[in-house]
Ligand binder design. Structure first.
Ligand SMILES: O=C(O)CCC(=O)C(=O)O
Length: 284
């Protein structure tokens, strides 16, 4: 049996040493409303505009709702929608903006490298059992101890919508054995006996979760009738830490034909965040 406890909430104006100590203790930091609501609304609207009406904003609730059939990452519908999302300049530049970069620097205490790979999550109802299983990003991104994930809620997320939860302190046990699993990513890591308490909370739009590369985390199933949970995330590390080459592709570029940077950058107005990693000193 496992149980949930609420996230410990951190504030960006806390003493940095205290925040970093909490990060090393819990393996995560959760910040309320770090990204302003209008920025989240704009990005959410742009993401939704790429779905051919399959997911739309309910004007009464401000939440995304499913208008078409349910889908999960790597389904035919998702493969059709996702390259258009990946091609949004606004989606990529979101992670290089001040509110996100400031948090990354606060957590690391140094300059950071933002991974080129940016992820958008679209968790629809009707797909129970396909949610992201427990895993560590250190395994899936071949990353070292200074790498961390940063996840942002684009709208208010309540319990039934499929929240992301973490196993506090789990980063201290190193990188774990994995086995094949149903769901996003296709692998699940070992959970040690006694690891029964997860941390998770409902989110407001703009809430940010930062998790250590070895922190075990997972998604809950979306058990709503029609609400879709949408969030975005990427990875970052201390500037100069080794970054594995698979993180230099667009997310799912390895399996969706034509989803490469030329395609992604085709309609961008600025080149500021194009190929910015090419001179990064520690690629392997
Ligand atoms: O948002 C999700 O559903 C999964 C997020 C996640 O597992 C990750 O960012 O590694």
């Amino acid at each position: 049996m496992s149980e949930n406890q609420p996230f410990v909430v951190s504030r960006a104006d806390e003493e940095p040493a205290r925040l970093r100590a909490r990060f090393q203790e819990l393996g995560y930091l959760f910040f309320k409303r770090q990204v302003d609501a209008r920025t989240c609304d704009r990005l959410l609207a742009s993401l939704l505009a790429q779905t051919n009406g399959q997911v739309a904003l309910d004007p009464d609730t401000g939440l995304p709702v499913l208008r078409g059939r349910p889908f999960v990452e790597s389904d035919e519908d998702w493969d059709d929608i996702y390259p258009r999302i990946q091609s949004l300049e606004e989606f990529h530049s979101f992670f290089h903006g001040a509110p996100i970069l400031e948090l990354m620097r606060l957590v690391t205490g140094t300059d950071v490298f933002v991974y080129p790979m940016k992820m958008a999550r679209i968790s629809t109802p009707g797909k129970i059992g396909f949610e992201t299983p427990p895993h560590q990003d250190a395994y899936s991104h071949h990353a070292g101890p200074t790498m961390a994930g940063i996840w942002v809620a684009l709208h208010d997320i309540s319990t039934p919508m499929g929240r992301v939860k973490v196993l506090p302190g789990s980063h201290k046990g190193g990188v774990r054995k994995v086995f094949t699993a149903e769901g996003v990513g296709g692998v699940q890591c070992e959970i040690y006996p006694g690891e029964t308490t997860w941390h998770v909370s409902d989110s407001d739009r703009g809430d940010v979760l930062i998790f250590h590369s070895a922190t075990v985390h997972r998604a809950e199933p979306n058990i709503t009738g029609s609400t879709v949970r949408m969030s975005v995330d990427t990875r970052f590390c201390d500037y100069g830490a080794p970054v594995f080459f698979t993180n230099l592709e667009p997310h799912h570029g390895w399996r969706i034909e034509g989803l490469d940077w030329d395609r992604v950058y085709r309609d961008w107005h600025s080149s500021d965040y194009q190929y910015y990693w090419r001179d990064y000193p520690a690629l392997f």
